[in-house]
Design a protein around this ligand. Structure first.
Ligand code: ZN
Length: 664
């Protein structure tokens, strides 16, 4: 699973969980903004410190990544490649004034097509319509000498044709009503489901039937499978992917990594799903390599039946500094357990910390580009996860880019109470966010124990809210502990204030921008944050309060140590509820603090947020990697460059990495 394509509202709200603190040069994070989208750039820190072998490996895997771009366009809709190519040709050859309003509207449309890898919104699934007329398009193409198939016109301009990439509407034929190209024309949901049911593998190590194929009707009306592989569907692109994976083999860091790449090559060559399982197992076992990657048919969110994988790739390498940080926390897990505010009888005698792996993304492609996940947790097959485990990572440099790009967008100026806390937040906010996440993941969830006879599901529908609150509170309590300064994880005893202020402001107020007016808080993490903030506010005796100034509400913390005491008290109670499996108490505390929203405050926060006019969705441009070669063709260095713009990047990808025919 990838933590995928989160609306940026979410990212803003969890900016506490973000980023890494490092000296800022004049790196340009903001690239472009149009419609509800903003394009950012991410830095690749430590790239220069990699060995030549590692850099070369990243280079080859990046080439393999970029060659899959066309596949995703075609999976998202069978006319997408034709539309993209007609538009790109017009963009390049338009003979008139490129500053005219219609051309500007056309340019925005093309930028949107690139962003969505097709003509449907990447998040809402709705088709977006051009803001220029069909007549303008036809006339302009004629003047520019651009040839196109007339079939693309209704697909682009008629709102009734292919209105949704994927529909989830009750009672309609999900396959027939979705524009995605996982099923050929005329295939119905019932036919596809019958085919999958007939071919389902019920063995102990099941094959993921349908992961890498399109179902179509043959000339006799029978459903047949067209497999994605070299020589099969998308073979022209997969040949290039395979070529570069083979090049990558030359630079593999160790045998485990080599084995996984070999299996991925074999899978692309044969389409054989048993080989895919072997690949997943080999990949999940490769824990030592610095460089890692995702490459292939992975997530199934946009297949209306949730079976076929969309093509994606992300090349990355371990962030050693951040991983060292999580190691340090995890090494001290017993100390944290012993010193928390919970009743000794609920503590674990022997606690094991978890080391979270933090990575730096080096290239994003396919369904990870331009919009991208902020975490990866693979493989997806449950039986492999159970038997062999999974890799779960957070992508630090992307989070950092979101954070940096959000600076100066007016959010903190609007919602934080004064310059003093804004200054503390500017300096320590990202650092506290990292640490709080680490504490939450590495020691928070693993802390405490259940009393004999109490089962994990005792808290029923409130279990996940209570569990997230427990991990969050554990992290919050320790964020203000001198132990962190002693361990060198925080520079001083002021830094934690950034984390405390952010948690209280977000939980009590600003996360409400994500809730529609009139609705309750539903999602477990949001409930947990509101539970903590509202409980602390109600039990506070002047330590923290919400005040009104010029008709606007602000959070004010008067006594940070007092807030820590309150976090500690609540942690003890939440641990008691968990350890005892006290369902009535869980229900009461969740219903009292976590669910309901003050309607006036909610309205005010949403109005203030709307005035900031922030783009809710973000995506990225990639850096450009160039291999320097000697006379024999050996790579002697890999250069990285961050200057390419959004339009230039997509035009270059379409020119050099576009091997698929129009119709596949
Ligand atoms: Zn959690």
């Amino acid at each position: 699973m990838t933590n995928h394509k989160l609306p940026i509202l979410f990212l803003l709200m969890v900016s506490l969980l973000c980023g890494c603190q490092k000296k800022e040069q004049a790196f340009q994070y903001n690239v472009d903004k149009f419609y509800d989208l903003e394009i950012l750039r991410y830095d690749v820190p430590e790239f220069d410190s990699l060995t030549l072998q590692q850099k070369s490996l990243i280079y080859c895997l990046s080439e393999a990544a970029l060659y899959g771009r066309d596949i995703l366009f075609d999976q998202n809709g069978r006319y997408n490649l034709r539309i993209r190519r007609a538009c790109e040709a017009l963009y390049l050859n338009y003979p008139y004034d490129k500053k005219a309003p219609e051309f500007a509207a056309f340019e925005r449309y093309l930028k949107r097509v690139w962003f969505s890898n097709g003509i449907h919104h990447h998040y809402s699934e709705d088709k977006f319509l051009p803001e220029f007329s069909q007549e303008w398009f036809m006339t302009a193409c004629e003047a520019a000498g651009v040839l196109y198939e007339s079939a693309i016109l209704p697909v682009m301009f008629d709102p009734a044709v292919m209105p949704k990439r994927m529909t989830a509407q009750d009672g309609v034929d999900l396959v027939a009503c979705s524009a995605g190209n996982y099923y050929g024309e005329g295939v119905t949901q019932a036919e596809a489901e019958a085919w999958y049911a007939a071919h389902k593998d019920n063995s102990a190590e099941p094959l993921w039937i349908g992961l890498n194929s399109q179902l179509v009707k043959d000339e006799n009306g029978q459903i047949v499978e067209r497999v994605y592989k070299v020589g099969g569907l998308y073979g022209e692109a997969l040949e290039h992917v395979v070529y570069w994976l083979k090049e990558a083999l030359k630079y593999a860091e160790n045998d485990a990594q080599r084995l996984a790449i070999e299996k991925m090559i074999a899978f692309n060559e044969t389409g054989d799903l048993k080989t895919f399982n072997e690949y997943c197992i080999a990949w999940v076992k490769d824990l030592e390599s610095r460089v890692d990657y995702v490459n292939g048919f992975t997530e199934t969110y946009t297949d209306p039946l949730g079976i076929t994988g969309t093509w994606e790739s992300m090349v990355n390498f371990k962030d050693l500094v951040a991983t060292k940080r999580t190691q340090l926390i995890s090494d001290n897990a017993q100390w944290f357990e012993d010193h928390s505010t919970t009743d000794p009888k609920y503590k674990k005698e022997e606690v094991k910390g978890v080391t979270a792996k933090v990575i730096t993304a080096a290239i994003l492609a396919g369904d990870c580009y331009p919009a991208t996940p902020i975490g990866i947790n693979l493989p997806n097959a449950n039986w492999i996860r159970k038997e062999y485990g999974s890799k779960s990572v957070t992508i630090d440099n992307l989070m950092h880019a979101y954070n940096e790009a959000a600076k100066g967008n007016g959010f903190n100026e609007e919602f934080m109470i004064d310059d003093e806390i804004r200054a503390i937040y500017e300096q320590y906010g990202a650092m506290c966010g990292d640490l709080h996440t680490d504490l939450h993941e590495c020691v928070g969830h693993g802390s405490g124990k259940l009393m004999p006879g109490v089962t994990k599901d005792a808290l029923k529908e409130h279990a996940s809210t209570i569990e997230e609150a427990r991990a969050d509170l554990f992290g919050l309590y320790y964020l203000a502990d001198p132990k962190l300064v002693e361990l060198g994880l925080l520079p001083n005893m002021e830094a934690y204030k950034a984390g405390y202020y952010q948690q209280m402001m977000n939980g009590a107020m600003t996360q409400l921008v994500r809730i529609e007016e009139g609705k309750d808080v539903e999602e477990a993490h949001m409930r947990n944050r509101q539970l903590i903030a509202n409980w602390v506010l109600e039990h506070a005796n002047g330590e923290v309060e919400i005040i009104e100034r010029d008709g606007k509400h602000y959070l004010r913390i008067n006594d940070y140590e007092g807030v820590r005491r309150l976090y500690g008290e609540l942690l003890a109670e939440i641990q008691r509820i968990t350890s005892e499996g006290d369902y009535p108490a869980a229900k009461e505390i969740v219903e009292k603090y976590a669910v309901k929203v003050n309607p006036e405050l909610h309205k005010e926060i949403r109005e203030r947020y709307a005035k900031l006019n922030l783009a809710p969705y973000k995506g990225f441009v990639n850096p450009v990697y160039t291999a320097v070669k000697d006379a024999e063709g050996n790579i002697t260095d890999v250069k990285i460059d961050f200057t390419e713009g959004y339009i230039e990047q997509h035009l270059r990808y379409s020119r050099y990495y576009s091997p698929l025919p129009d119709v596949n």
